[in-house]
Design a protein around this ligand. Structure first.
Ligand SMILES: [Zn+2]
Length: 115
């Protein structure tokens, strides 16, 4: 069913909860840390009845020896009822990147997530 903004009552409000930069890469976290953080975040979202959209940086999935565990983290988000989005390959900024390069990063950014 398609709900447009005009069908919502004037006093109904909603917000979108988004999580940036899966697989939760802060450049220092180990894969075990990422797994622990993921479970904690998902448990918190579930406890509060929140369905969030998490945006994936697929370049950060490609860590030698950790790809399968990173993909498994994405599956945990889906299994928890969350949605995944494409945050582009390389985490390029729209304003600092030439359009063709940005478009390439978007196309390349959901190869695994699309599975
Ligand atoms: Zn980001």
């Amino acid at each position: 069913m398609l709900i447009s903004a005009t069908t919502l009552a004037a006093d109904e409000k909603s917000i979108a909860i988004t999580i940036d930069d899966l697989p939760l890469d802060d450049n220092t976290a180990s894969i075990a840390d990422k797994e622990r953080y993921t479970l904690a975040i998902l448990e918190s979202l579930k406890r509060h009845g929140v369905v969030a959209t998490a945006f994936v940086n697929e370049d950060k999935l490609l860590v030698k020896g950790e790809i399968d565990r990173h993909v498994a983290l994405l599956e945990r988000w889906l299994d928890a009822g969350m949605q995944l989005g494409n945050h582009n390959f390389g985490h390029l900024g729209l304003w600092q990147t030439a359009l063709p390069s940005y478009q390439d990063a978007v196309v390349r950014g959901d190869t695994i997530t699309r599975w």
